[in-house]
Ligand binder design. Sequence first.
Ligand SMILES: Cc1ncc(COP(=O)(O)O)c(C=O)c1O
Length: 377
Amino acid sequence: MKQIYFDNAASTKVDERVLEAMKPYFTEKYANASSIHEMGVEAKRALEDSRVKIAKAINAGRDEIYFTSGGTEANNFALKGLFFSNFPKKNHIITTKIEHDCIINTCKWLEKQGAKVTYLDVDKEGFVSPRDIERAITDKTFLVTIIHGNNEIGTVQDIEAIGKICKEKKVLFHTDACQSFTKTILDVRKQNLDLATLNAHKIHGPKGVGALYIRKGIEITPLFHGGGHEKGMRSGTENVSGIVGFAKASELADRKHIEKMKEQRDRIINELLKFPGIKLNGAREKRLCNNVNISFEKIEGEVIGAYLENDGIMTSAGSACMSHSSSGISHVLKAIGLSDEKAGNSIRISISRFTTDEEIDYFLEKIKKILGKFQKS
Ligand SMILES: Cc1ncc(COP(=O)(O)O)c(C=O)c1O
């Protein structure tokens, strides 16, 4: 049976060209980038070239990129590192109710250490109001952290407007851009970003590698102490092959892919909305190019997901991380006003630049049949 992968928000296929770029760093150029011999220098050069490429992709300086083991670590580094540098003088963080679990759970942990966290509401489409952010800022606030493109509902926040407010109020602004990197504009200068989280496995790179952009001059306490790698900010032998793959993946991203995915996404949305009782979750326009999230009237998302899987189509009833949560109900769907039942009746379909029109035809044919079956019964 055909296998169709529509769960690209959870992770993506590694591009063959990324794999090719990585290979030599496992078997030929495998030295430690801190070693001073020729092979070490070669590894270090690859590491630094990759840093330049990632920096260029977001209009940052090369000395503003710190490699990590992925998005979770970068988010933990940003929040805890800034808390340790600011507490007790300042202890207030502003965020939203629709952040990824690695932000929400870090905030919850920081509350136990003395932080005060404001979790702002979002509207029905998942937008946080820049005015609400402005109003929430106090003289104790050191950080505003807002997800750029939401991993469940795809809503893309106006980070430029938020960045402007943070700059005026002299509060640091961090965004989790794991889902939006390469899928919409991310320009740390234009958008007034002080920190930004990126990772590789959402952009056809390897798992277990990411980066935190930290604007030059920001005081942040490192979380990992050791041999002083990454200018002492993140010790641990660098994952050179992974970092090379990450940089290659970012280089391969192209605006043309965004346009193609947008067309495919809209075709899926428009076809699905023809069915009675189907509702789109998240924004219609300012939405990640690869994300569709819908709710059904009376059918559980997991049931539809299981039927689709029978036809070889992989989707997600929520985000991959939610499968670890005890309630199983998406905090993001609840935050945009869905009842527990409606939140449970939802699925996420996330495409990639490798998605073909034929795969979409097949998906639409199968889901129409499945929904038809439920309508009759
Ligand atoms: C928005 C967002 N932030 C953070 C993460 C975590 O990244 P990683 O899997 O690299 O730790 C993910 C991935 O699931 C994500 O979608």
